[in-house]
Ligand binder design. Structure first.
Ligand SMILES: *Cc1c(COP(=O)(O)O)cnc(C)c1O
Length: 353
């Protein structure tokens, strides 16, 4: 099967499996797993921050960042479609008593500083304390520029906010920008990076920040589920993700461009052309959800969220899209030929309607 549901589906390479097999390990709770120590030092160095902490997932890494930055009754400001707000089970509120304050993402994935300013709360007993701004890069595949991220830092300095980056796919952003990971990570107090997405590790994320922050984050990692033991086995895969995985990410971006071009004139869908900046292709389908509302004439309306994946699956492609829109995600296990196959299947599907 060609699996374009997400870039999380990559299988570890042979080199990664070998590195896992050969990894020297210790007990990371005693801080004596040498491979974890190497991975954390490597991440701190690559992202230009003092210290790093290995985490099982990006969700836990973001949650630990929020719990470390914010107290109960504090607030963080975040995009309304942001992962930390919408896709992490409300963890910051559920576990930390941290109130999210959302603002809408613009079409380029930026939060407008006017919008953010408007929701920052005065120091008044009526209000939660505005503590942190959280950005995402890439945001739904869209790259945030170095200038924008620098202006976010200036804005936060001025307004006395901390600044966290959910950099789950910041490696893709870095490749698209032609900038180092350090350049992308620099304006932020803390950054979370997933090793398990396009970089191709089977599991793992890292949180970076200054040393005192990471010391405190270690406590919150414990509170949110504890430490891991001979986890150098996973850190070994993570190091290869950062070297070999990083070195080939541009291929996924090229494949996304190719796929977007192949789909450009398919009738029944439109490609969000200005969103094809990294490894994702976003599609909008012509049926509107209002076609499908009960009581409305629904002639010709198709729930593409069900029909297209079923059509594709019969032909050897796994995809996950919604009723009206969806994303196709390129990664290491999708070849240039697979891209042609996928485009052909999508064309056939729309031709069959
Ligand atoms: C995937 C993702 C995460 C969380 O990572 P998991 O490892 O799946 O928990 C966080 N933020 C963004 C933007 C993501 O895409």
């Amino acid at each position: 099967m060609i699996d374009i549901r997400s870039d999380t589906v990559t299988r570890p390479t042979n080199a990664m499996r070998q590195a896992m097999h050969d990894a020297e390990v210790g007990d990371d709770v005693y801080k004596d797993d040498p491979t974890v120590i190497r991975l954390e030092a490597m991440c701190a160095d690559l992202l230009g921050h003092e210290a790093a902490l290995f985490m099982p997932t990006g969700t836990q890494s973001n949650l630990v960042a929020l719990l470390t930055h914010c107290q109960r009754g504090d607030e963080y400001i975040v995009g309304g479609e942001a992962h930390t707000y919408k896709y992490e089970g409300g963890g910051a509120a559920a576990l930390g008593g941290i109130q999210p304050q959302t603002v809408p993402f613009g079409d380029n994935g930026e939060l407008s500083f006017n919008d953010v300013s408007a929701v920052i709360k005065a120091d008044d007993v009526h209000f939660a304390k505005s503590r942190l701004l959280c950005l995402e890069n890439s945001q739904h595949g869209r790259v945030q520029s170095l200038e924008y991220m620098q202006s976010a830092q200036d804005f936060c300095d001025k307004h006395n906010l901390l600044l966290h980056l959910d950099g789950a796919r910041m490696a893709n952003a870095s490749v698209a920008l032609g900038a180092s990971l350090e350049d992308v990570a620099k304006p932020f107090d803390t950054v979370s990076l997933c090793l398990s997405k396009g970089l191709g590790a089977p599991i793992g994320s890292v949180l970076v920040g200054d040393k005192s922050f990471i010391d405190e984050a270690l406590r919150w990692r414990k509170v949110t589920g504890g430490g891991m033991r001979q986890v150098g086995i996973l850190a070994a895969a993570g190091m290869l993700a950062l070297t070999d995985g990083f070195a080939r990410l541009h291929e996924d971006h090229e494949n996304a461009q190719t796929l977007a071009a192949l789909l450009a004139d398919v009738s029944g869908l439109s490609v969000r052309e200005n969103w094809t900046q990294t490894n994702m292709v976003w599609l909008d389908f012509d049926n509107l959800s209002s076609d499908l509302e009960p009581g409305k004439a629904s002639q010709g309306a198709v729930d593409h969220g069900t029909a297209l994946p079923a059509f594709a699956k019969e032909r050897g492609v796994l995809m996950s899209v919604g009723r009206n829109a969806g994303r196709l995600v390129m990664h290491r296990d999708v070849s240039r030929d697979d891209v042609t196959t996928v485009a052909g299947i999508i064309k056939d599907y729309f031709a069959s309607l």
